[in-house]
Design a protein around this ligand. Structure first.
Ligand SMILES: CC(C)(COP(=O)(O)OP(=O)(O)OC[C@H]1O[C@@H](n2cnc3c(N)ncnc32)[C@H](O)[C@@H]1OP(=O)(O)O)[C@@H](O)C(=O)NCCC(=O)NCCS
Length: 190
C-alpha cells in the first residue's frame, strides 16, 4: 500500500513539481508530482543523484540492523534464512559501509578484512526502491577509498551476475582460478 507522508515530509517544491516521500510497506520511496496540462501526473522518481544526498557511514551505531537483517534473511540470494545472531556477529567483526539518505539506510556492504593484507567484500545491496540511482557506485567508491583498505594484497568477492558492476571498481576475474579452493556449505542456514 502506498501512503503519502504528512506535509512536513515533502522534501522539495521546484516550480510546478512537487517531490514527496511515500511509504511502500515498511520502505520509503520518492515520488514526483508534475502538473501537466491535463492535471497532475505522478511518477516514481528517485533523483537522488541530483539531490546529492547519499552519505556513507562506517559507524556501526548508525546501521539499521533491522533493515540489514531483513534483506539478508529474506531477500539475499546468497544467505537466505541467515539467523539474526550470525548477522549481528558478522557486522561486529567486519568493516561495514552503510549508505544513507538523511537518516534512512538505503544500502550496505561489508568488508571482512585484516586491514593489512586481505579483504573479502560481501553482502553488497541497495534496497529495491532506491536501485538504479548510482548508490552502489557510491558505496564501492567508499570501499575503494577507505584509508584502512589501502595497500591490501588481494580483495576478493563472489558474484553470480554483477561482474560488470564490480569491473568498474578494478575487480577482475580470477587470474588463476586453479590456485583457489574453498570450503563451502551452501545449505548452512536452511
Ligand atoms: C547490485 C546492486 C547492489 C546495484 O545497486 P544500484 O545502486 O542499483 O546500482 P547503481 O545504480 O549504482 O548502478 C551501478 C552500475 O551497475 C550497473 N548495474 C546495476 N544493477 C546491475 C545488475 N543487476 N547487473 C549488472 N549491472 C548492474 C548499472 O547499470 C550501473 O552502471 P553504470 O555505472 O554504467 O551506470 C542492487 O541492484 C542490489 O542490491 N541487488 C540485489 C542484491 C545483489 O544482487 N547484490 C550484489 C551481490 S554480488
Amino acid at each position: 500500500m502506498v501512503r503519502i507522508f504528512s506535509k512536513q515530509d515533502e522534501w522539495s517544491v521546484n516550480g510546478k513539481t512537487l517531490n514527496f516521500k511515500v511509504k511502500l510497506g515498511n520502505k520509503i520511496a520518492f515520488k514526483k508530482r508534475i502538473y501537466g496540462p491535463k492535471g497532475p501526473l505522478y511518477r516514481t522518481v528517485m533523483s537522488i543523484r541530483s539531490m546529492n544526498k547519499i552519505r556513507i557511514s562506517t559507524d556501526k551505531n548508525e546501521l539499521d540492523r533491522e533493515l540489514i537483517f531483513n534483506f539478508l534473511h529474506n531477500e539475499a540470494r546468497w544467505c537466505k534464512r541467515i539467523p539474526r545472531n550470525i548477522v549481528e556477529k558478522s557486522i561486529k567483526n567486519s568493516l561495514c559501509f552503510g549508505a544513507f539518505i538523511g537518516t534512512q539506510q538505503v544500502g550496505f556492504a561489508r568488508m571482512v578484512t585484516d586491514y593489512a593484507t586481505f579483504g573479502n567484500l560481501v553482502d553488497v545491496f541497495v534496497i529495491e526502491e532506491f536501485r538504479g540511482n548510482g548508490i552502489s557506485r557510491v558505496i564501492l567508491n567508499a570501499v575503494n577509498d577507505h584509508p584502512e583498505l589501502q595497500g591490501l594484497r588481494r580483495i576478493t568477492l563472489a558474484t553470480s551476475d554483477k561482474q560488470e558492476l564490480y569491473a568498474k571498481f578494478g575487480f577482475k576475474e580470477l587470474a588463476r582460478p586453479e590456485i583457489f579452493m574453498e570450503r563451502f556449505e551452501p545449505s548452512v542456514y536452511s
